[in-house]
Design a protein around this ligand. Structure first.
Ligand SMILES: [Zn+2]
Length: 286
C-alpha cells in the first residue's frame, strides 16, 4: 500500500487510540482534510511535513515522530504536527491523475507528462512553499502554474498555506520546523534582526550538529517559504530541514522513512534545548 491520504487517515486513527489529539484544521483545494496531531502540554512547537508533494516520505516520518513523542512520559512541550500539508499534491505524486481527482488540464502543468512522481506543487500548480507573504515572488522560478516553482497569483492564495498561517495564529508556536527532502541541509535565515539571527543560528546549529548536517544561508536565493514567513512576520525561530542524502533520487520512497527517523530520533531533546535558547536569548535582550 502506498502511503497516501487514505493511509494517513488509518495512521491517525491508531494514534488517536494511543492518546494523540487529532484535529481537522483545514481543507485542501480538492476538499481533503488537513490534519494536526496534538501531543503534550506546554509551549507550542509546530512541525509540518509534506508541503512539497513528492517529499511524501516526510509524511511517514511525521507518524514515526508522533509515535515516539506519545511514548514520552512528559515532554513539557505541546507538539502540533501537520503530517501532510499538501494532501492533493501528495496523492498526485503517488497515484497520478486518475485516482487523484484531477483532470487532464494538470497534464499541461506537468509538461504533458503522465508521470507525476516528481510533482511538488498543489493541484493548482502553486508551489506552496513559495506562496507565503515573505518577499513574495522575488525568487519564483516560474511565472505560470507549474509542477514546481510557481508562487501563485498573490500571497496565501491557497487554502493549504492559509491553513498553516491560521494554525500559527491559533497556537502561537515558539518554534516551527519544516521537514523536506533532500540534501542534508538546514536553513534558518530570513532577514532577522541581529539579535534574532544570533538566537536562530544557535538553534539551527543545535540541530545541524546532532544530525550531522550543514547550515546553508538561503535568504538571498529563496523566499515565500513557511520558514521565511515565520521568521519575518512572527519573529520566531523557524528551521527548514532538508533530510536525506543527495545521492537518493526524488521521490524518496516511504521505505527510507525509518532511516530518516533514526537520524532525527533526538527531536524532543533538541526541541527542549531550542526552547531554552529561545527563552534565554529573549530574556537577555530585555
Ligand atoms: Zn521541499
Amino acid at each position: 500500500m502506498k502511503h497516501g491520504y487514505q493511509w494517513l487517515k488509518k495512521q491517525l486513527k491508531k494514534l488517536k487510540k494511543k492518546g494523540a489529539n487529532i484535529k481537522t484544521v483545514g481543507k485542501s483545494v480538492l476538499g481533503r482534510n488537513i490534519y494536526a496531531i496534538e501531543i503534550g502540554e506546554g509551549p507550542v512547537i509546530l512541525i509540518q511535513y509534506g508541503i512539497h508533494a513528492r517529499e511524501y516520505v516526510t509524511c511517514d516520518l511525521a507518524i514515526l515522530h508522533a509515535k515516539m513523542l506519545l511514548q514520552l512520559n512528559s515532554c513539557n512541550i505541546k507538539y502540533v504536527l501537520v503530517p501532510m500539508a499538501n494532501p492533493d499534491g501528495t496523492e498526485l505524486a503517488l497515484f497520478g491523475i486518475k485516482r487523484s481527482g484531477c483532470w487532464r488540464k494538470w497534464l499541461k502543468l506537468n509538461f504533458k507528462n503522465f508521470d507525476f512522481s516528481l510533482w511538488k506543487a498543489n493541484v493548482k500548480g502553486v508551489d506552496l512553499n513559495n506562496n507565503f507573504d515573505a518577499e513574495f515572488r522575488k525568487h519564483s522560478s516560474s511565472s505560470v502554474p507549474s509542477c514546481q516553482g510557481y508562487c501563485g497569483p498573490y500571497p496565501l492564495s491557497e487554502p493549504e498555506t492559509r491553513c498553516l498561517v491560521r494554525l500559527c495564529y491559533l497556537y502561537k508556536p515558539c518554534l516551527t520546523l519544516s521537514f523536506h527532502t533532500k540534501g542534508e541541509e538546514i536553513y534558518f535565515d530570513f532577514f532577522q534582526s541581529h539579535r534574532n539571527r544570533i538566537r536562530d543560528n544557535k538553534i539551527a546549529n543545535l540541530f545541524a550538529q546532532d544530525f550531522g548536517y550543514k547550515i546553508k544561508f538561503t535568504q538571498d536565493i529563496s523566499s515565500g517559504g513557511f520558514k521565511d514567513w515565520c521568521v519575518s512576520t512572527l519573529g520566531i525561530p523557524s528551521l527548514t530541514i532538508e533530510l536525506a542524502n543527495d545521492s537518493l533520487s526524488h521521490p524518496i520512497k516511504s521505505k527510507y522513512a525509518k532511516e530518516l527517523y533514526l537520524k532525527t530520533k533526538n527531536l524532543n531533546l533538541l526541541c527542549k534545548k531550542a526552547l531554552i535558547i529561545a527563552k534565554t536569548d529573549n530574556k537577555s535582550s530585555t
